[in-house]
Design a protein around this ligand. Structure first.
Ligand code: ATP
Length: 195
């Protein structure tokens, strides 16, 4: 049986709020592997200025060197235009070897609250079970009750950081070493990102 977790994001840039929580989720769910899916054109951020995908993907690749069970997946690169999570999961399922599958889609608590805005959110549950990472400042009760009832709430650590705050900190020349791997910090400096 294929047992796999999927974790999508913009990763602009990837930070320990993603990495530590998703690794904790992997251990809690007992999954051998999690695929990290950077989204080239996140549908909900189409009008938001964003770092080019090549940089976001490369920073993620560098960060994952510290987390051998988290694998970079370029599945969403193959999509023409914005990649919607339900379609991505369908695509992943089609690419996996035949046989039984136990798939988990893992999302942050803020994403669960936003789920009604996703394209065909109901379809997600056909292909995967959904697990939710705790996130500071997000009240999960704001999510629709019918989704809360169907997801597994994880007991992952609360890491109070967002990519928005990292971008702001880099711009202001603040120390970000607590929140992002050194390799990612070096990449940001080398390519003068978030200036
Ligand atoms: P931004 O601040 O640019 O909106 P972000 O830090 O929220 O970015 P994304 O790449 O948009 O990061 O998030 C990918 C996934 O990771 C989402 O499901 C989000 O909820 C989750 N996530 C991000 N940061 C954390 C965190 N600190 N704790 C738990 N989940 C998180």
């Amino acid at each position: 049986m294929t047992r796999l977790g999927l974790f999508g994001g913009t990763f602009d840039p990837v930070h320990y709020g993603h990495l530590w929580t998703i690794e904790a989720a992997r251990l809690e769910l007992g999954l051998p592997e999690i695929w990290m899916l950077p989204n080239p054109y996140p549908p909900h951020k189409l009008h938001v200025p964003m770092t080019p995908y090549v940089h976001r993907k490369e920073m993620l690749r560098l960060a994952l060197a510290e987390f051998p069970a988290l694998k970079l997946s370029d599945t969403e690169e193959k999509v023409d235009g914005p990649a919607y999570t339900t379609e991505t999961i369908r695509r992943v399922v089609a690419e996996l070897p035949p046989g039984e599958k136990d798939l988990w889609l893992i999302v942050g608590a803020d994403s669960l609250v936003e789920l009604p805005k996703w394209k065909n959110p109901e379809d997600l549950f056909e292909y995967a079970r959904v697990a939710v990472l705790r996130r500071p400042g997000v009240d999960i009760r704001e999510a629709p009750a019918q989704y809360i009832a169907r997801v597994r709430m994880l007991d992952t650590p609360l890491i109070p950081i967002s990519a928005t705050e990292i971008r702001e900190a880099v711009k202001l020349g603040r120390d970000t070493s607590e929140w992002i791997p050194e390799s990612v910090r070096n990449y940001i400096m080398e390519h003068r990102l978030y200036q």
